[in-house]
Design a protein around this ligand. Sequence first.
Ligand code: DON
Length: 306
Amino acid sequence: MDIQALLDGIVAELAGRRGEGKVADYIPQLAKVDPNQFGIAVTTVDGEVYAAGDAAVPFSIQSISKVFMLTLALGKVGEALWRRVGREPSGTAFNSIVQLEHEHGIPRNPFINAGAIVICDLVLAGYKPKEAIGEFLRFVRSLADDDTITIDRAVAQSETATGYRNYALANFMRSFNNLQHDVDHVLGVYFHQCALAMTCRQLSRAGLFLAARGADPIGGYSVVSEKRARRINALMLTCGHYDGSGDFAFHVGLPGKSGVGGGIMAIAPGKASIAVWSPGLNKVGNSALGTVALEMLASRTGWSIF
Ligand code: DON
C-alpha cells in the first residue's frame, strides 16, 4: 500500500474545502489561527513516517493532551485512578457540568474537561505545578522522540484568563472532595497541558505506542502494558470525541481523540498512529475536515477496527 500517495491524494481532494468549519474562539489565542491550514501524518508500527500538507506546522493540541496525561497518571497511581474518574461516555459537551451534581463530583471519563482536571490533581501529588508540567512535557517529548516540543505560553495564559467554565468545574469537584490540591494549581497544570504545541508528525509519532501494543517499536522499549494500551484505545473510541464519539466510530471506526485546536490523533491498532489537523470545527467541536480526512484514510486503507 502506498501510504504517501494516499495522503497526497487526500490533501489534494480536500484542497477546495480548506477553511471549512468554525475555528474555536472561546480561547482568544486560538481564534488567531489561519483556518486554511490542513496537515496529516502517519507513523506506522514498522517505523515509517508519511506526511502531507501542513504536517510540520505546530498547532495547539488542546484536549488530545488528555491521552498523554492519562497515560502518565496511570503509570503513577495505577488502577486506583478509576476511583476518582469513570469510564463511560458522557453524551455531553466537553465542558459540561450537568452530570457532576448527580454523580457526586466523579466525572464520567478522563477525556471530558472535568475528568482531565481530576487527572491533573492526581499527577500533582507530591509535586509543585511547575514540576508536574515539566514531567508531562518530558514524557511527551520522549514519546515523540523530539526535545523541541514546547508549551505555547500565550495559549496557556489566554486560557487561564478566560477559563471560567473550567474554574467552575474544578471548584464544583473540590466541593465533593474529588480534588485534593488548590484549584489554581490544578488548573495551572491543566491549562499548560492543553497548550502543548505539536506538529502532525510529532503527534503521530507520540501516539505510536498505542498502535503497537504499548511498546515503542522505534525506540524498542515498553511505554505501557499491552492491556493498558488496549484500554486507553477503548476509552478513545468511546469517549474521545465527546458527544460526537458515536458518529466518529460510525464514520471512521478508529480510536481517536480530538482537540479544539482542530487536531485529531487516531490509532489503527497493529498498523499506525495518525495525526490530522485542520482548525475549523464541526457542530460538536471536532475538526470538520480532520474527520473527513480520517474517514477517507480509514476506508482506503481498510484500517477501521470494525
Ligand atoms: O478546557 C478547554 O476548554 C480546552 N483547554 C480544551 C478543550 C478541548 O480541546 C476539548 N476538545 N475538543
